[in-house]
Design a protein around this ligand. Structure first.
Ligand code: NAD
Length: 249
């Protein structure tokens, strides 16, 4: 077991078909106790119950600083510590540059970028006190290649912002033995893109992926376990591409 006695917090982890829940399941299989944070409507307690009684669900909106602080405090009270944070919550919108409204911009940047900052701020003090921690931030190939498959330019910007934030936090908190790393998934089959890839684009998309298939959530979850665990204990500030070779650079 790679994560015995560790506590992991996962934002946006309640969707049973999502990257967060797949990661929760794999972290739990390695011995971690998991706190699934998500919006009330997503039922984080229900998702945690699917994992087993030692795991908890906490309602939290990552765009709200007080909500992030309260969630971190609840995890500390109920599970005793926080060793791992997976900044996973994110939303996307298909938009062209000229169509992005102020509300669109706020919605997309607030969940991915502001949320990553607020949730990291909420857990860092506990990690500093114990002189250890691993923060994993979910960015996207869209940040690296200027647009993915579905998200608009504001989504690319939000996810590129996540990379900058993660690298800067890695530099700042290395002395506290807190590692901060990012994952840049390519196209992974989850609810975020379900039914949204037109059939006539599918073959063209697959042609761009050397491994010849769309990813599944466990492809990302395995990398989350690697970055969360001591297997990667000399890694901080890295960006790990999980894209089947869609972008090689
Ligand atoms: P998903 O829609 O299943 O997961 C997103 C989760 O975030 C949902 O559970 C949702 O309720 C939650 N969420 C939304 N707003 C929130 C808020 N304000 N506070 C807390 N939780 C909130 O989709 P997914 O594909 O599993 O996405 C997970 C992450 O991976 C996202 O950041 C997404 O941008 C990123 N990503 C996905 C892909 C892909 O192809 N699926 C590729 C690259 C990056």
């Amino acid at each position: 077991m790679l994560l015995k006695d560790k506590v992991a917090v996962i934002t946006g982890g309640a969707g049973l078909n999502g990257l967060g829940f797949a990661s929760a399941r794999m972290l739990a299989a390695q011995g971690a106790r998991v706190a699934i944070l998500d919006l009330a409507g997503a039922n984080p307690a229900g998702a945690a119950a699917e994992l087993g009684p030692q795991h908890i669900g906490v309602v939290a909106d990552v765009t709200d600083k007080a909500s992030c602080e309260a969630a971190a405090q609840e995890v500390l009270r109920r599970l005793g510590r926080i060793d791992i944070l997976l900044n996973n919550a994110g939303i996307t919108q298909p938009r062209k540059t000229l169509d992005i409204t102020a509300a669109d911009y706020d919605a997309v940047l607030d969940v991915s970028l502001r949320g990553t900052l607020y949730m990291s701020q909420a857990v860092v003090p506990a990690m500093q006190a114990q002189k250890s921690g691993s923060i994993v931030c979910i960015s996207s190939v869209s940040a690296q290649r200027g647009g993915g498959i579905l998200g608009g330019p504001h989504y690319s910007a939000a996810k590129a912002g996540v990379l900058g934030l993660a690298r800067a936090m890695a530099r700042e908190y290395g002395a506290d033995n807190i590692r901060v790393n990012s994952l840049t998934p390519g196209l992974i089959a989850t609810d975020i893109n379900k039914g949204k890839i037109p059939e006539d684009r599918r073959a063209g998309i697959l042609e761009q992926i050397p491994l010849g298939r769309i990813g599944d959530p466990d492809d990302v979850a395995g990398c989350v376990v690697f970055l969360a665990s001591d297997l990667s204990k000399y890694l901080t500030g890295v960006t790990l591409d999980v894209n089947g070779g869609m972008l090689i650079h």
